[in-house]
Design a protein around this ligand. Structure first.
Ligand SMILES: C[S@@+](CC[C@H](N)C(=O)[O-])C[C@H]1O[C@@H](n2cnc3c(N)ncnc32)[C@H](O)[C@@H]1O
Length: 195
């Protein structure tokens, strides 16, 4: 369940709100990592009319994402967010909705985001932050959801090290987890590289 795409309208509403806040205009190169069934990707392709690509490691989800006749012709590629098959500085916007907390070594995905974004490009993200006692239970359970604790302060620091500034960040407490969202702009290319 937690590994499936956000259901329709709530995911789109979230993307719409954050993308309008990020002032992402039309005609951009937009990458949606962990796109799942492509609900958000297809909406973005329709609304933003640029080059829109969704990547995910789950080929069954991608099959569903590749619905025919989608306006804006988004492309869907099987790829891992930690090893993106794109050139350095080839994207204007990276979307990451509900994916980083499914990646144990999420810092590698963050490094890839920094690599593929152009200077002036933006990371638009919304993630779930689970406390360690929940991710610990998941780790030991036989029904593993594959959720990991996302340290958003560390994530923000990593982005800063990669030349990003924070444009927006908000965290909302839920009963068992926190909803975290952020918009980050890549201000400069690092002189040295850890890639
Ligand atoms: C909760 S779903 C979110 C889907 C979509 N972003 C949305 O909000 O509707 C998480 C997705 O991340 C994908 N995922 C998990 N680890 C990944 C990785 N290392 N690289 C790319 N996708 C990954 C899963 O296959 C799943 O489709």
């Amino acid at each position: 369940m937690v590994n499936r795409s956000a259901t329709g309208k709530s995911g789109i509403r979230l993307a719409e709100r954050l993308l309008s806040r990020a002032q992402a205009g039309p005609g951009k190169d937009i990458l949606d990592i962990g796109c799942g069934r492509g609900v958000i990707t297809r909406w973005v392709a329709r609304e933003y009319a640029g080059r829109v690509i969704g990547v995910d490691t789950d080929c069954q989800e991608l099959e569903i994402a590749r619905l025919p006749d989608c306006e804006g012709n988004p492309r869907f590629i099987e790829a891992d967010a930690r090893h993106l098959p794109f050139e350095d500085r080839s994207m204007d916007v990276v979307l990451s909705f509900g994916v980083l907390h499914h990646i144990a070594d999420w810092h590698n995905a963050v490094a890839e985001i920094g690599r593929v974004l152009r200077v002036g490009g933006r990371l638009v993200t919304a993630e779930l932050v689970y406390p360690e006692w929940i991710t610990g239970i998941d780790e030991k359970s036989s029904y593993k959801f594959g959720i990991y604790s996302l340290d958003t302060s560390k994530l923000t620091r990593l982005l800063q090290d990669d030349g990003f500034i924070t444009l927006h960040q908000h965290i909302k407490k839920r009963v068992l987890w926190q909803d975290w969202e952020g918009i980050f702009e890549k201000k400069y290319e690092k002189a040295w590289s850890r890639y």
